[in-house]
Design a protein around this ligand. Structure first.
Ligand code: ADE
Length: 418
């Protein structure tokens, strides 16, 4: 079996950590048991490009239990947990191609190696498989039934491809499921981003000024958790509606040029380029800490920062100090890559439980509906979303009410009880 991981001797540690994550993933475990029994993915070849974490390992086990043949590579050069990669190779016989800290060439070589499975389904987090197939591996298109996409950034790219008429196969936007973005993007990114910043810096949040750029679901989560730890939160936005929501959620809202002068911490979560740039670095305070929790490492203009810099050094793991002229220091966390995965372990298992339940059921759905889907981006079917919410509540031991028949009738009538 071909694979490329850092060190197979890490497998035992990886296995223990996967077991720990599994304890928080009751929904995916229930689906795994169902898959083991019914084999809905029997013989289906899947290429997956995801963050190689303990939670992803449980998804890989689930797909395998369903009968799939899976190849896995990383969706970010810094997010791989090497012990998990070793465990998947050694104990699950799943070919994994990913090493934490891999360079750009290795990252893309690994994507190609994952694609060598000749996938019928692609499973992406950031659309790198889809992009590579469309640009360089078009011969693979003959086999592909559909793909799934995990993240907002990936879905935006895929929708652009569909709008331009270049998307060559159907995609299920897992990110758009309510049981994904309302929980993973908000509570998952909220907690894991703060976790990453704190692990990297060991600085106190209470009393600090924390600038969050972007008030989508991820930004809302980061702002909420920073505020919960006692930081004064400033939000920067470009959308009036979101800005207004941030104001009414109790945050200060202002342009980045103003926020840059007062922030102690800066976290970008916009999905766009150059959110922090030269004009902002120029006015930041000495010692400002800047990081990104958006998918790609494009939100902080590190090239511009490097040009303004006289000296650079790694002052702590995951903290690079840029010393500008006049002695001002700006600290960049995790090379501007997703700080929650670079310096912490990504989202906790209990939110990934729902995200990856969507992935597993989306893979089953496209397998059962192959040939009926068009070359466009679909949401996750509503029944799947609702089923996952019900399974999650059941796993948490939470019961809810049911409508009386007359309440149902009232809701579907237009002349009753007015
Ligand atoms: N994205 C964010 N957190 C993650 C995790 N724990 N595993 C896989 N993908 C993630």
């Amino acid at each position: 079996m071909e694979y490329d991981v850092k060190d197979l001797s890490l497998a035992e540690q990886g296995g223990n950590r996967v077991e720990w994550a599994t304890q928080g993933m009751a929904v995916l475990t229930a689906i795994k048991d169902r898959f083991a029994h019914k084999k809905p993915l029997k013989g289906v070849r899947i290429a997956a490009c995801l963050h190689v974490t303990t939670e992803t390992a449980v998804l890989m086990q689930t797909l395998k239990a369903g009968g799939a043949q899976v190849h896995l590579c990383a969706s970010n050069p810094l997010s791989t947990q090497d012990d998990v990669a070793a465990y998947l190779v050694s104990n699950e016989n799943i070919p994994v191609f990913s090493i934490k800290g891999e360079d750009r060439d290795t990252y893309y070589r690994h994507i190609h190696q994952a694609l060598d499975v000749k996938p019928q389904i692609t499973m992406d987090d950031g659309a790198d498989l889809v992009s590579t197939i469309h640009a360089e591996r078009r011969e693979l298109l003959d086999h592909i039934v559909a793909g799934t996409e995990e993240t907002t950034t990936g879905v935006i790219r895929l929708r652009s491809m569909a709008a331009e008429g270049v998307l060559a196969y159907p995609i299920i936007a897992v990110n758009d499921a309510n049981t994904k973005h309302l929980f993973d993007n908000r509570y998952g990114t909220g907690q894991s981003t703060l976790d990453g910043i704190i692990r990297a810096t060991n600085r106190l949040m209470a009393g600090s000024t924390f600038v969050v750029s972007g008030y989508g679901w991820c930004g809302r989560g980061v702002a909420m958790r920073a505020s919960g730890m006692g930081a004064k939160v400033i939000v920067t936005e470009v959308e009036p509606l979101r800005a207004l929501e941030a104001v009414m959620d109790g945050y200060q809202v202002m342009p980045m040029l103003q926020a840059a002068k007062v922030g102690d911490f800066f976290c970008t979560v916009t999905g766009d380029i150059k959110v922090l740039r030269q004009e902002h670095f120029a006015v930041m305070k000495d010692g400002a800490i800047i990081c990104n929790s958006g998918h790609f490492n494009v939100e902080i203009d590190l090239e511009a920062l490097a040009e303004m810099t006289e000296e650079r050094r790694q002052i702590r793991e995951n903290v690079e100090e840029y010393r500008l002229s006049a002695g001002k220091r700006i600290n960049v966390l995790g090379e501007g890559r997703l700080i929650n995965l670079a310096a912490a372990e990504g989202h906790p298992p209990s939110v990934m439980d729902m995200s990856f339940a969507n992935q597993a059921l989306a893979a089953k759905y496209v397998t059962e509906n192959s040939g009926t889907l068009e070359k466009r981006v679909y949401g996750v079917p509503e029944e799947i979303d609702r089923e996952i919410a019900s399974l999650k509540l059941a796993a948490m031991g939470i019961e809810i009410d049911e409508l009386l028949p007359e309440q149902k009738e009232y809701l579907s009538s237009w002349d009753m009880g007015t």
